[in-house]
Each structure stands twice: as structure tokens, then as C-alpha cells.
Design a protein around this ligand. Structure first.
Ligand code: MOS
Length: 737
């Protein structure tokens, strides 16, 4: 009997076992199963593992901007009380490689410092305080830099290179954009800018590293993608991946910054190897800002051309983004512009400005989050110029298939999201710009579309039913605060007819089957599908034991029912229990259909007539993302995304000193993420949807949908409130007055 099921998504899966609903778990707004552990402080995070003889590491960042290190003066601090060693024998810390990115092999210490704040050493001591004190005293000597630093986007913006076409094409052209623009009766040609941003996850990057007696490196860390992070770490350390085990049971947010490995893990692992004892290292908040990863700043030129009725004939989206020399990653601003609206003539380009700022990489809906700030504000500006309602403009330009490739949409309810939102939000009360007053506030409404591409990532899981009739799910998939523990339990419980409290979900250990990891909004769909397939296999095994066809089997409340018999799972599986593995991989469906989740954001803002201050008064997001697996955790994802939309529109701005690239605001006091006082009541509505092309769950990604377009709805509301169009984000009061 086979005990593993593999599926490559080459065909749609028209039926889903989740539709039977026998156990009543799927879609329910259930509380997070690990919630009580978290609120009682009993969920152990990376920095909280108490290993015997653990030493404390504190990282040293460069306090100069560019140049070759000539000497790290460790001797003077080694004699300080409690200090064990200063370790510099690495240079892999320099970068936080994104998924698929390159990690440099270790050499004898960091040589060339590529940006200010780059980690160059780790001080290890018997206490955190001793290590921190010594780390502040380490003197790092360096040469004068070979070349003049490039620290200012403004002075460098004309020197671009073409980023590599990786999975995402950097350049695309179809038809004759310039010709169409010249002929169109309505044209818009405007440029939006967005600043560097930081993921600002609550939990800083942290590692407890321990080489055990078998020579295995155990890394208790904070990761989004343990199975690929394990490979990156092994490569950085020059050991085989079989020698690395990552344990990441709980993660305090990542938002892209924990997709790849970060300096503290490499430093702690190397120090632990040299010292022969475990080393714990938690990055200081300022180091998280300075030496992990940022979202690139962007300059986005939007060109739209429309006929007299508002039908788009031309869409141009040209982005300038930045990164370090030699880095391939570019912020893919135009990702959704490829398919959001119809237009025959199209150009979508990304060009790279090389800056000596810290690494740019993925953050909270890379591409879409900032790309839709530009595209969806431009649509609003065009609607205003033509004199039609912005929702109507989107209706007019709704494509019936992918406008570039002509493949069908796997599912798409953008216009329904807009219409449903308009009705619920009271869109008909929107008045002309600058005409609605509430005391000293001008009030306005704004709308924007949301789209986030749906992806499937290779993922595997093992599911076991034991002699007690209880189930265990095992995969190295992570729960970064998103609800993975809960939804995987719901899927297994539903398919096996086992109450949720009898399903144990074990995540975040690379000794388990490799999961998709949490990134790109693919986590639930991919890891959930692997659990689905394992459970489907178990159902077949159970049916065989019952002597019935799988279709004739009902599993409910711990019992198998079929052929007029009702047998407990405990009895059926016996002492040896039953287990199965499931694995899913992307296939033809990703190319044969255009897959995306959609939504519509509505915002009401007040703009203070005296100070120019903007307050968001209410927001509504209407989303369609296939099957919703848990209404509560899905909703929380959207609330988080919309909150980040407020940040993108109004507050978040990572500032580089143009003289040296140094981050000016490298803590949560100076880098403003929205706080409670900035976030009003947010409403989220889900439209019923199934996507048979996405995966066997018929669910699409939702994690990053909530941020996509959210900031644009706010910016458009600001314009509607006061008649001032700010194209330079964030919209701070000085830009309005
Ligand atoms: Mo997401 S930025 O792929 O964690």
C-alpha cells in the first residue's frame, strides 16, 4: 500500500474533499490553537531557549561606510571581565540572501565593507551585558575606500543598469506605448516615489546555535523558510546541509526580513563552533534596521492613455529601484500592472540604481505593495481627469483574460469586490474634492483595487493517526503569526473526521518533511495542500481497511462510517497506527491560468485644515481569495495588511543620510509604523470563491493581499478630502500644506 501522495498541479482539481464539511472545521473563525501558549509566555521563541553553558554574542557593525578592514582590535576587549572571545572569522554575514540568492563561502573575516552598519564581528561573553559592553569598545580599523560612495538616490538615478530577468521579467513591451499616448484624448504621465522601508517585525532576528556531539548544528532561530534557510546556512558555514537542523516553532513576524538567513545566525554558529559551547545572539533593533534587509525605495513613472469613454489604450509603468552592487533582486513594482487592466499598448520596466545602502530585498508584498500605490493612484488621477467615477473606470477596463498572454484568469472577482465595497462603504456619499467638512477637518473617500499574485511552492507533510485515534501533522512549515498551526489542524481534522483538539500540528523543525515556508502568500495554499494530500492518502488506507470505496467513506468525530458500519479510528488503525506523506509542487496550472487574489480597498480620511495632519477614519477591504480556510485568521491577515497600508501611505520612511548611507531612523521610535492611535476600526469582508486551478484546497494566497492597494485608497481619499495630490510617499503633513 502506498503511503505517500504527490501532486504536481498540472490539471485543475474540480472537486475538493473540503467541500464535504463533515467535521465542520473548514472556514470556521476558530481561535489560534497556539494562542494560549503565546499569551501565557509558554511559546518558546528563538532567543528563549535556555541551553546549558550558553554564551552570549553581541554583533559589531561597521561604524564607517566603505573600505577594507585592516585590523579588528580584539585584544583590548578580551581582557574585560566575562568576555570570552571576539570572532571575526567570517564574511557571510554581509548579506541576507533572499530565497534562491547566493551566499558567499566563508573566508578569513569581512574584508570589504559594502555599507554602513554591515556586521563585522561578534563578541562573546558569559553574560549579555558583558558582551554588549565589549562590543561597543571593539575598534575596527580600515582603509580609505577605493571609490567614492553612492549614497544619494537623487545624484545616482541617471546611472542605471538592467536587473537580470529572473522569475520576474524586468522589462516587458507590447504594442506601441508612445504612439498610443500621442493619440489618446486622455493621458496621464506622472511620477510617484516611495522611500526605503523596513519590515519592522516585532521579534528581532535571533539565534541560539548549538553544535551537538554528533557534529550537528542545531539552530533555534526565527525563520520564514526553514528548508531553504538550512541550505543557505550550510553553504555559508561550508558544511553539508545534513549537518544543519533548524528549529523555528514560533516566529514573531517576518514580513520578508526572515525569508533568508541573517548575520546573527552565521555569527552565532561560527562562534559556537570555535568556542565549543552554545552561543545565543539577538540582533539589537538598530542592527535589524541597519544590517538585515530593506525594501527598496522606488521612483515610478506611470503613463496611462484612454479613449474618450475611459477605455485604456496605453499603460506604462517604469520603475527605478535600488540595490547593492552585484545583487539581482529588484523590487518588482510592475508585477500586477501586467494583468490588472486591459490595454493594447503596454510597457512595464524596472531599472536598477546601484547604491551603497544596505541590501534591498523582499518585504510585505514585494512589488505589489508599492507598485499598486502608483498604479492605483494613477487610475484615480485618470478618473478625475476624464470626469468619471474611479470604480466605473475600473469596470470599463476589466479584462476578460490576461491582457498580455491571453490565458484565462483562474478566478477573478475584482469588479464584484469594488461593487460590494461601494455598497457597504457608502461610496455614493463621496463628494467633489475639498467639499466635505467636519469641524476643522476636510473629509474624503478613496478607493483602490488590490491584487496579489497567487503562487504554489513545493511542500511536503506527514500525517499520522495513532492508536488513540488522534492525529499528528508534521512539516517544517512555519507559523509566523499567521495561523498555520490552526489551519493545518483544521484541514487534517476535517479530512480525517477528528476533532481539532485531537490534532497535534508540529511545525518549524527541518527534521520534518520540507514545507513551503511562509513567504509570497503561498504558505497556507502550499502547506495546506500537502496536508490535504497526506490525509487523502490516509482516507484511502482507511477505506481499504473498512472494505469500502473511498467515495463511500465518511470520517466524523473519530469514527469511520461506511457500508452501514461505524468503527472508531482508534480500533481501525490499531497499535501501529497509520501514516502518510503528501507533497505538492507547482505545475502547468501556473502557466495555463493567470492566478491572483483580488480585493477592493475603501478609505475615509480626515485632513486637518490647520495642520495638514491626516487621520484615517475608517477602512473597508473586500477580498476574494478562493476558499477561506479560517475566517478569523484570514481576517487578521487582512487587518495587518491594511494597517501596513496606512504605514505605506502616511508614516513609514527609512531615511538614509546622503553623506554616508547611514540610517538616520533605526528604531521603532523614529521609524513610524502605524500604532493603535493611527488605526481606526477596519472592516474586512470576504466574497465566496473557489479556485480549482490553484490547488486541491481551492484557496488562494491572502497574506499580502491586504497591503496591496491599501495605501493608494488612503492617498486617493486624501486627494478627495483636500484636493492636494501628493505623489511622494509617505504623505506627511508638510507635503499637504
Ligand atoms: Mo513575503 S515579503 O514573501 O515574506
Amino acid at each position: 500500500m502506498s503511503n505517500s501522495t504527490n501532486l504536481t498541479m498540472d490539471k485543475p482539481t474540480p472537486t475538493s474533499l473540503l467541500d464535504t464539511g463533515a467535521q465542520g472545521l473548514i472556514g470556521e473563525p476558530l481561535q489560534r490553537t497556539e494562542g494560549p501558549l503565546k499569551v501565557s509566555g509558554n511559546a518558546t521563541y528563538a532567543a528563549e531557549y535556555a541551553l546549558e553553558k550558553v554564551a552570549y554574542g553581541v554583533l559589531v557593525g561597521s561604524d564607517f561606510t566603505l573600505g577594507k578592514i585592516t585590523k579588528v582590535d580584539a585584544e583590548s576587549v578580551k581582557s574585560l571581565p566575562g568576555v570570552i572571545d571576539v570572532v571575526t572569522d567570517f564574511d557571510s554575514f554581509a548579506r541576507n540572501p533572499q530565497q534562491g540568492g547566493e551566499t558567499k563561502a566563508p573566508t578569513q573575516g569581512v574584508e570589504d565593507v559594502a555599507y554602513r552598519g554591515e556586521i563585522v564581528a561578534i563578541v562573546v561573553a558569559e553574560s549579555f551585558e558583558a558582551a554588549r559592553d565589549a562590543a561597543h569598545r571593539v575598534v575596527v580599523e580600515h582603509d580609505a575606500p577605493k571609490a567614492e560612495g553612492r549614497y544619494d538616490f537623487e545624484t545616482q538615478r541617471h546611472k542605471t543598469d538592467k536587473p537580470a530577468d529572473d522569475q520576474i521579467p524586468a522589462h516587458f513591451s507590447q504594442g506601441d506605448l508612445a504612439g498610443a499616448m500621442a493619440e489618446a484624448p486622455h493621458v496621464l504621465d506622472v511620477t510617484y516615489t516611495t522611500p526605503s522601508q523596513n519590515s519592522a517585525a516585532m521579534e528581532p532576528h535571533a539565534t541560539t546555535a548549538h553544535w551537538d556531539e554528533d557534529g550537528i548544528l542545531n539552530i533555534y532561530g526565527a525563520y520564514q523558510m526553514p528548508s531553504s534557510d538550512k541550505q543557505q546556512l550550510a553553504k555559508a558555514l561550508g558544511v553539508s546541509a545534513s549537518k544543519v537542523r533548524i528549529i523555528a516553532r514560533y516566529i514573531g513576524g517576518g514580513f520578508g526580513s526572515k525569508l533568508g538567513i541573517a548575520p546573527e545566525a552565521v555569527a552565532a554558529a561560527i562562534a559556537a563552533r570555535q568556542l565549543g559551547r552554545p552561543v545565543k545572539c539577538v540582533m539589537a533593533r538598530s542592527q535589524v534596521f541597519e544590517a538585515t534587509v530593506r525594501r527598496s525605495n522606488t521612483e515610478q513613472r506611470m503613463r496611462l492613455g484612454a479613449d474618450a469613454q475611459g477605455k485604456l489604450t496605453a499603460i506604462g509603468h517604469d520603475s527605478l529601484v535600488s540595490n547593492l552592487d552585484g545583487e539581482d533582486f529588484f523590487e518588482p513594482c510592475g508585477m500586477a500592472t501586467h494583468f490588472l487592466y486591459a490595454a493594447e499598448n503596454r510597457e512595464i520596466n524596472h531599472d536598477m540604481v546601484r547604491l551603497d545602502w544596505l541590501l534591498a530585498g523582499s518585504m510585505r508584498a514585494p512589488g505589489e505593495a508599492v507598485g499598486q500605490l502608483a498604479l492605483e493612484c494613477a487610475m484615480d488621477e485618470l478618473a478625475e481627469a476624464i470626469g468619471i467615477d474611479p470604480i466605473e473606470l475600473r469596470h470599463i477596463n476589466e479584462p476578460d483574460c490576461d491582457p498580455e498572454t491571453q490565458v484565462p484568469f483562474s478566478s477573478r472577482q475584482l469588479t464584484r469586490c469594488l461593487d460590494e465595497g461601494a455598497r457597504k462603504f457608502g461610496w455614493d456619499k463621496r463628494a467633489a474634492p475639498g467639499t466635505t467638512r467636519d469641524g476643522e477637518w476636510l473629509v474624503g473617500l478613496g478607493v483602490a483595487a488590490a491584487a496579489r499574485g497567487n503562487m504554489l511552492q513545493k511542500s511536503a507533510a506527514k500525517v499520522t493517526i495513532n492508536v488513540l485515534g488522534k492525529a499528528t501533522v508534521e512539516t517544517d512549515m512555519t507559523d509566523i503569526g499567521t495561523g498555520t498551526y490552526t489551519i493545518l489542524g483544521q484541514i487534517a481534522g476535517e479530512l480525517l473526521g477528528i476533532p481539532l483538539e485531537d490534532v497535534e500540528v508540529k511545525l518549524g523543525d527541518t527534521n520534518s518533511p520540507p514545507g513551503a515556508g511562509s513567504g509570497g502568500s503561498w504558505g497556507a495554499g502550499s502547506s495546506g495542500s500537502s496536508v490535504y494530500l497526506a490525509c487523502e492518502n490516509l482516507r484511502e488506507q482507511i477505506a481499504e481497511k473498512m472494505g469500502v470505496a473511498a467515495e463511500g467513506l465518511t470520517l466524523k468525530d473519530g469514527h469511520a462510517i461506511g457500508d452501514n458500519r461505524r468503527v472508531s479510528l482508534s480500533e481501525l488503525v490499531g497499535d501501529r497506527g497509520l501514516s502518510a506523506e503528501g507533497a505538492i509542487a507547482p505545475g502547468k496550472q501556473e502557466k495555463d491560468t493567470r492566478q491572483s487574489s483580488y480585493g477592493a480597498h475603501f478609505a475615509e480620511v480626515g485632513v486637518n485644515t490647520t495642520t495638514g495632519e491626516v487621520r484615517v477614519r475608517r477602512m473597508l477591504g473586500v477580498f476574494a481569495a478562493g476558499r477561506i480556510l479560517n475566517e478569523k485568521t484570514a481576517r487578521s491577515q487582512c487587518l495587518g495588511g491594511m494597517t501596513f497600508g496606512i504605514g505605506a501611505a502616511l508614516t513609514e520612511d527609512l531615511i538614509h543620510d546622503p553623506r554616508n548611507g547611514k540610517l538616520v531612523n533605526r528604531d521603532l521610535a523614529e521609524y513610524h509604523v502605524p500604532v493603535n492611535a493611527d488605526v481606526p476600526q477596519l472592516d474586512v469582508v470576504f466574497l465566496e470563491e473557489r479556485d480549482v486551478h490553484a490547488n486541491p484546497l481551492h484557496a488562494k494566497g491572502i497574506g499580502e493581499l491586504g497591503i496591496s492597494g491599501a495605501g493608494a485608497a488612503i492617498a486617493n481619499a486624501v486627494y478627495n478630502a483636500c484636493g492636494v495630490r501628493v505623489r511622494d510617499f509617505p504623505i506627511t503633513l508638510d507635503k499637504i500644506l
